[in-house]
Ligand binder design. Structure first.
Ligand code: PGA
Length: 248
C-alpha cells in the first residue's frame, strides 16, 4: 500500500477547488493499492470532508495552530480541524518555515497538538539549496527532526515527508531529487526515527512529483508514498498519477 498525499496549497480558487473535489468524488480509486489524502485550502476543507465522506479518501489540514481555542485571530487549531474531520495535518512544510518564518519551536508545538487531538501529523523536513552547497544536508534534516520530536514520547502514528526545498516545483528549482538519493535519505530517516518510536514510521517523498516520475519513487520499498503539490491540483494529472501507482 502506497500513500499519495495531495497538497493543494493555495493554487486553486474557491470554485476551482469545488470542481476538483466533485471530480474526485465521482472517480473510483483502489484503496487496496493506494491510500489517498487531500489537503485543500482551509475554506474548502469542510466541503471536501462532506463530499468525500463516502470514499476512502482522507482529508488533511495544510497547517494547524497548537492552542485549541482562544484569542488567536486568523488561526485554526488542530482541535478545530479534528472536529471538522481531519485525519492528517501537514506540519513544518518548507513554505510555512521559510515564507511564514515558522520556527522549529512552532513546528514542535503543532506536532504535539496533532497528537493531543488524534490527528496524524505529516512532519515535513528538507534541506535548502544553501544547505546542500554548504554540505549541511544531514545537519539540517537531523536538526529539524530533533527539534520537532526530541523528548516527545511518540505513541501514535506519525508520517515524515522528505521534501528537499530545492526540489519543490514552485519556490524551489522544480528539479526532482533522484530516486536513488531519495532512497538513501528515506533509509536514513527511518533509522533516525528508531530513537523516537518502536513503530515503523512511513516516510514519503515530495518535490516535483508527477505522473511521469511517481513510480520511480514508490517502486522503492523504503519510499512509502509521495506528497504531491502542483500536479495534484490538475484533475487529469492527479488521476493519471494515482493510476500509475495502482497498476505498478
Ligand atoms: P510540488 O510540491 O509537487 O509542486 O513540487 C510539493 C510540496 O511542496 O508539498
Amino acid at each position: 500500500m502506497k500513500q499519495i498525499h495531495s497538497n493543494w496549497k493555495m493554487y486553486l480558487d474557491f470554485d476551482e477547488s469545488t470542481k476538483l473535489i466533485n471530480a474526485i468524488a465521482r472517480e473510483q480509486f483502489d484503496s487496496s493499492k493506494v491510500n489517498i489524502g487531500i489537503f485543500p485550502n482551509v475554506l474548502n476543507f469542510v466541503e471536501a470532508v462532506e463530499k468525500l465522506a463516502d470514499t476512502d479518501i482522507a482529508i488533511g489540514a495544510q497547517n494547524v495552530n497548537w492552542t485549541p481555542q482562544g484569542a488567536y485571530t486568523g488561526a485554526a487549531s488542530a482541535l478545530l480541524f479534528k472536529q471538522a474531520g481531519a485525519k492528517y495535518a501537514l506540519v513544518g512544510h518548507s513554505e510555512r518555515r521559510y515564507i511564514f518564518n515558522e520556527s522549529d519551536e512552532a513546528t514542535r508545538k503543532k506536532v504535539d497538538a496533532c497528537f493531543d487531538v488524534g490527528i496524524i501529523p505529516i512532519l515535513c523536513i528538507g534541506e535548502t539549496q544553501e544547505d546542500l552547497d554548504n554540505n549541511k544536508k544531514e545537519y539540517r534534516l537531523k536538526k529539524q527532526l530533533t527539534k520537532a520530536l526530541e523528548g516527545s514520547e511518540i505513541t501514535s502514528e506519525i508520517i515524515i515527508a522528505y521534501e528537499p526545498v530545492w526540489a519543490i516545483s514552485e519556490g524551489g528549482q522544480g528539479k526532482p531529487c533522484t530516486p536513488a538519493d531519495a532512497d538513501d535519505v528515506h533509509g536514513w530517516i527511518k533509522n533516525e526515527m528508531k530513537q523516537y518510536t518502536d513503530e515503523d514510521v512511513s516516510v514519503i517523498y515530495g518535490g516535483s512529483v508527477g505522473p511521469d516520475n511517481v513510480v520511480s519513487y514508490v517502486e522503492r520499498e523504503v519510499i512509502d508514498g509521495v506528497l504531491v503539490g502542483s500536479a495534484s491540483t490538475k484533475f487529469s494529472e492527479f488521476v493519471d498519477l494515482v493510476r500509475k501507482v495502482e497498476t505498478m
